[in-house]
Design a protein around this ligand. Structure first.
Ligand code: HXC
Ligand code: NAP
Length: 281
């Protein structure tokens, strides 16, 4: 569907690019011509992602850093730029999350998630933003949030607070940094089966319910998310700025809509119920 050289000339930094959605986005961007730098804490998945991209003919490099540490982020960006040249795009994808009852959270548990998701996104965004403003060539930012950034959600309060902050950051910078030719957008995925997310957030006996909550009755595919990210990073989306694109099969609307639960029943049963409610003449 895309031109094979859609991202030629772009150099992207993808945080959390060694695993899950980050790796899928990294591989897809590289296949379309971008040079891709991946950043995370563990070296092994980063090395594997870079090896896979290079084996497929792409250009990639990795750097290990904790996004909570601004000095480490700056060092990692230096490393990636030394390997691949000046970065032109940033995907804020690194995250931490777990299920917990809010009353049981320790201060450090709340901080761990908020500092990875919100502070970490700020550190990478400010680091790249400063470089782009100084260089004058613009840039593109894409942050991965989720639909509970505006819905809120029980049992993931630190993540919900942090993702809401990232969405606010995205919309704020879309205006503030447009002056410098920098676009900022977000993607809000629904459930995508990755090891990192599902091992922490999808207890086995909830999986069927989670599936049923999606009107399309399936989870997302990693290639679908990767294609959306590529579009938003590419010149095809040059006029899209400050937007958050939902990719969830209709899940959040379904769960919020008054009669959405009707679609959980077989349609002939729904129709029989509706028929029974009709006034008898
Ligand atoms: C309660 C917990 C906890 C849990 C950790 N903590 N796990 N509290 N329930 N399940 C507490 C610890 O006890 C500690 O507090 C504090 O959190 C920090 O824990 P550490 O293990 O020291 O932190 P750290 O090594 O920095 O690891 C961060 C992490 C971990 C967030 C806890 O899970 C991680 O590294 N995650 C990265 C990958 C990830 O989470 N991927 C999923 C993203 S999916 P105390 O007080 O004891 O010191 C996603 C999907 C969203 O976001 C939408 C889905 C639809
Ligand atoms: P994942 O594989 O666990 O991805 C998280 C990545 O972030 C890992 O590569 C991890 O690598 C990195 N990371 C975590 N803490 C970090 C830190 N302090 N510094 C640097 N890197 C760090 O999970 P995923 O499902 O692909 O999630 C990717 C993104 O999609 C996240 O933003 C998540 O919130 C979002 N999302 C996912 C889903 C879903 O259903 N999968 C739904 C909605 C939104 P290290 O541990 O090696 O550092």
């Amino acid at each position: 569907m895309f031109q094979p050289d859609l991202l030629r000339g772009q150099t992207l930094l993808i945080t959390g690019g060694g695993t899950g959605l980050g790796r899928a986005m990294a591989e897809r961007a590289a296949a379309l011509g971008a040079a891709v730098g991946v950043l995370g804490r563990r070296t092994e998945p980063l090395e594997e992602a870079v090896a896979a991209i290079r084996a497929a003919g792409g250009s990639a490099a990795w750097a290990s850093a904790d996004v909570r540490d601004p000095a480490a982020v700056a060092g990692a960006v230096d490393q990636i730029e030394a390997a691949l040249g000046p970065l032109t795009g940033l995907v804020n994808n690194a995250a931490g999350n777990f299920l917990a009852a809010t009353e049981d959270l320790s201060p450090n548990a709340f901080n761990a998630v908020v500092q990875i998701v919100l502070n970490g996104t700020f550190h990478t965004t400010q680091e790249l933003g400063r470089r782009w403003i100084e260089r004058g060539g613009g840039g593109v930012i894409l942050s991965i949030v989720t639909t509970y950034a505006w819905m809120g959600s029980p049992f993931v309060v630190p993540s919900a607070c942090a993702k809401a902050g990232v969405l606010a950051m995205t919309r704020s910078l879309a205006v503030e940094w447009a002056t410098y030719g920098i676009r900022a957008n977000a993607i809000a995925p629904g459930p995508f089966p990755t090891e990192g997310a599902f091992s922490r957030l999808m207890p086995e006996d909830m999986a069927q319910k989670a599936l049923e909550a999606v009107p399309l009755k399936r989870f997302g595919r990693l290639d679908e998310l990767a294609d959306l990210s590529v579009f938003l990073l590419s010149p095809m989306a040059a006029f899209i700025n400050g937007e958050c694109v939902v990719i969830d099969g209709g899940e959040w609307l379904h769960n919020g809509q008054e009669f959405g639960r009707f679609t959980d029943l077989p349609r002939d049963r729904v129709k029989a119920m509706l028929e029974a409610l009709k006034p008898k003449r």
